[in-house]
Design a protein around this ligand. Structure first.
Ligand code: ATP
Length: 233
């Protein structure tokens, strides 16, 4: 469904992504793990058209989408929940969710807002609250809800558990799992390697701009090198 080949991204003279290859097949949940600064966010930004690419191809549904902007990609079902959430802080929860549906003109938008409220009852309770006044966990829920409003085919999540309390982390991973179980393809970038690989079908490990390991999620979870470097053993 998504196939990235030879991806290189640089910030000025700094090579942040150095020729990365990975694939996400339809219906899979794939986790991309790695330490701070490994290049995971940069990779997601390149795929979703928010960071210029120096070299490589990005195929989505069989077509090269390199160079296309986020607007076009969201319309085609490639939707990202950015690191740090990026909610519209001076808009209410409902308005943020409506913004997520900006590419749609069907008459099921209200139904989908109710669907998001079903997943995240907290958002329903606070539907008219300004997003900027919500907790980090609530904003993460909102960012995920807003992405679902675009009816993604592939959902790319950048560190959804970052900075959240253990209960909120549980909730976020539970919803990621549910979204995947209901048929959405997911690419999950996480520093929480054990949780991310625990949910995934397959995984990739990124280090210093390169993919250093790839395989079935269970095999990676049991790999001594992964356990030593990313699971604190
Ligand atoms: P994190 O989990 O900390 O977000 P990451 O794996 O997502 O880490 P990136 O954010 O992609 O890593 O960063 C990869 C490298 O690119 C790092 O060395 C970082 O300092 C550098 N970098 C990222 N964004 C920029 C930028 N806007 N300008 C210059 N360098 C950048």
């Amino acid at each position: 469904m998504l196939k990235v080949t030879g991806l290189k991204v640089a910030y000025g003279g700094i090579q942040a992504v150095k020729g990365v290859n990975f694939e996400v097949h339809q219906g899979e949940l794939v986790s991309l793990i790695g330490a701070n600064g490994a290049g995971k966010t940069t990779t997601l930004k390149a795929v979703t058209g928010t960071q210029p690419v120096a070299e490589g191809t990005i195929e989505y549904l069989g077509r090269n989408i390199r160079g296309q902007g986020p607007w076009d990609l969201v319309k085609q079902g490639l939707v990202m929940v950015p690191e740090g959430r990026g909610t519209f802080t001076r808009m209410t929860i409902v308005e943020n969710l409506q913004m997520g549906a900006f590419i749609r003109n069907d008459n099921e938008i209200e139904d989908d807002i109710e669907m998001v409220f079903g997943k995240f009852p907290r958002l329903k309770e606070r539907r008219n609250q300004l997003a900027g006044t919500m907790s980090g966990g609530e904003q993460q829920m909102l960012a995920m809800g807003r992405a679902l409003m675009a009816r993604p085919k592939v959902l790319l999540l950048d560190e959804p558990s970052m900075g959240l309390s253990p209960i909120m982390v549980d909730k976020i991973f539970e919803v990621v799992n549910e979204i995947h179980q209901r048929g959405t393809t997911v690419l999950l970038v996480e520093q929480n390697a054990s949780r991310a690989l625990g949910l995934a079908n397959r995984g990739y490990v990124m280090d210093s701009g390169e993919i250093t390991m790839a395989g079935e999620a269970k095999a990676l979870l049991n790999d001594p090198k992964v356990r030593a470097a990313y699971l604190g053993e």
